[in-house]
Structures are given as structure tokens and as C-alpha cells.
Design a protein around this ligand. Structure first.
Ligand SMILES: *[C@@H]1O[C@H](CO)[C@@H](O)[C@H](O)[C@H]1NC(C)=O
Ligand SMILES: *[C@@H]1O[C@H](CO)[C@@H](O)[C@H](O)[C@H]1NC(C)=O
Ligand SMILES: *[C@@H]1O[C@H](CO)[C@@H](O)[C@H](O)[C@H]1NC(C)=O
Ligand SMILES: *[C@@H]1O[C@H](CO)[C@@H](O)[C@H](O)[C@H]1NC(C)=O
Length: 227
């Protein structure tokens, strides 16, 4: 076998190996930080919520995501450090299981397993996942209720143009575009979720890719949205 042919073979083998390895681990290129408006989340759920809601946007999840292609889910845990019990009082406030308040821990566990595990190395372990979300919501002022309130948009049940809500959010995210999810309940389009996006290191906000498109039941119309 000539040397050229040998180099060729080795190169082919190597690139085959690389493609096998990368296909078995879906990476991610940005984070979605999704918050749900409790009353609308309950109205959108097939079974009613057992407990009363607060007129607040609270955390749904922090999701490692891809601009193109599918988002990673249920990744392998690399570092087994568990969520510290001491975080629970704060998590119950910012990240309640709105659909079943008797089972916050079930909700947290699902979010960690399905999404948090895929955030490595930005998210080091389970404890880091929950600490990071607390930091984002409180210290980094990504509390969407507060961002809206800063722009005098209060949860008074009125309908408003989407652009007013979008501009308020942009003011809190260095003018980056959020993602919105709406749902029509009893004939009224309600604002259900707002997502803030950041790069994979969580260093900067970015424009959220992949908005819901015309035809989607979750598209927010421009004219009139209830919050
Ligand atoms: C809490 O939620 C988890 C995950 O959905 C579920 O497996 C568990 O059975 C629930 N526990 C209770 C007490 O409802
Ligand atoms: C989030 O913002 C709302 C509206 O300003 C406020 O009522 C709520 O206490 C805030 N939550 C936290 C944990 O700071
Ligand atoms: C923009 O954000 C600043 C800083 O949080 C806040 O003080 C101000 O009220 C906001 N203005 C609008 C129009 O949202
Ligand atoms: C809603 O507003 C966006 C942005 O201004 C625009 O691109 C879109 O065409 C509008 N959609 C409708 C149905 O008017």
C-alpha cells in the first residue's frame, strides 16, 4: 500500500469515527429561558389546575436548544451533584408546579432530566441547573412579570397589541427579540409563555430563533393579546 493511500484510509477512518461520535451526542447552541403566565397556563391545560394561581410569570424551564435541527433531550449526566434542599424555598416561589402544587419536585426532576442534563458544560450538574435559574430570574432580573411592570404593563386581564409587550421585553434584554406563545381559550387569545434567549455560554441575550409560524395554534396575533 502506498503512503498516499495509507493517509487517505486513515483520514477516512478518522472522519467516520468523528461523525459517529457527534451523531450520538446532540449538542446545543443557545438557551431558551421560558416563563409561563400562571392563569393562562392553567386555562390552556386540558385538566384544570387544582389550586389558585398567582398573576405571575414563573419559570417553566431553561432549555438548551438548537437554531437548526432538533433540541437535545435526556442527556447523560456527567457530574452527579444533586440539587441542594436549601434551594427549595426559592424554587417554590420562582418555579412552582403550577399544574400541581403538591408536586413541585416532580416538575423540577422532569425539567432537569429532560433539559438540564443537556446543558453541559455551561450547566455543570443538577445543583448548578437550579442555582443558575434562580440567578437568572432574581439576580439577573429576568423576571418577565417585573420587566413588563417596568413598562407599566400589568396583569389586569386587558388585551393589548403584541408590539407593546415585545417592546417592554426588549427593554429588559438589550433589545433582543423574545419568543411568544399564545393560546386561544374561550374565544380569547391569551399570552401563555414568554421566552428569553441567550447564547450557549449565557453571556449575552440573542434574538430568539424559531418563532411559532402562521398556522401554529400557539402563534400570537399582532392585534390583541390578553395578559
Ligand atoms: C410527581 O411527579 C412525578 C413526575 O411527573 C411523578 O412520577 C410522581 O408520581 C408524582 N408524585 C405525586 C405524589 O403525584
Ligand atoms: C417578579 O416580579 C413581580 C412583578 O414585579 C413581583 O411581584 C415578584 O415578586 C417578582 N418575583 C421575584 C421572585 O422577585
Ligand atoms: C426600561 O428598563 C428600565 C430599567 O429596568 C426601567 O427603569 C424602565 O422603566 C423601562 N422602560 C420601559 C419603557 O420599559
Ligand atoms: C405582524 O407584525 C409583524 C412585525 O411587525 C409583521 O411582520 C407581520 O406581517 C404582521 N402580521 C400580520 C398578520 O399583520
Amino acid at each position: 500500500m502506498g503512503i498516499t493511500r495509507m493517509i487517505y484510509m486513515v483520514t477516512m477512518l478518522f472522519s467516520l469515527l468523528v461523525s459517529i461520535l457527534s451523531s450520538s451526542t446532540v449538542g446545543f447552541d443557545y438557551f431558551q429561558f421560558t416563563q409561563q403566565y400562571q392563569p393562562a397556563a392553567c386555562n390552556s391545560n386540558p385538566t384544570p389546575c387544582k389550586d389558585p394561581t398567582d398573576k405571575l410569570f414563573t419559570v417553566h424551564g431553561l432549555w438548551p436548544s438548537n437554531k437548526i435541527g432538533r433540541d437535545p433531550e435526556y442527556c447523560k449526566t456527567r457530574n452527579r451533584r444533586k440539587r441542594a434542599k436549601t434551594l427549595e424555598p426559592q424554587l417554590e416561589i420562582i418555579w412552582p408546579n403550577v399544574l400541581d402544587r403538591t408536586n413541585h419536585t416532580g416538575f423540577w426532576r422532569r425539567q432537569w432530566k429532560k433539559h438540564g442534563t443537556c446543558g453541559y458544560p455551561t450547566i455543570q450538574n443538577e445543583n448548578d441547573y437550579f442555582e443558575t435559574v434562580i440567578k437568572m430570574y432574581i439576580t439577573e432580573k429576568q423576571n418577565v412579570s417585573r420587566i413588563l411592570s417596568n413598562a407599566k404593563i400589568e396583569p389586569d386581564g386587558q388585551s393589548r397589541p403584541l408590539v407593546d409587550i415585545e417592546n417592554a421585553i426588549r427593554n429588559g434584554t438589550h433589545n433582543k427579540k423574545p419568543k411568544f406563545k399564545c393560546q386561544k381559550n374561550n374565544g380569547v387569545t391569551e399570552l401563555v409563555e414568554i421566552t428569553l434567549c441567550s447564547d450557549k455560554n449565557r453571556a449575552h441575550f440573542i434574538d430568539c430563533p424559531n418563532p411559532f409560524l402562521p398556522g401554529s395554534p400557539y402563534l400570537c396575533p399582532n392585534i390583541s393579546i390578553r395578559y
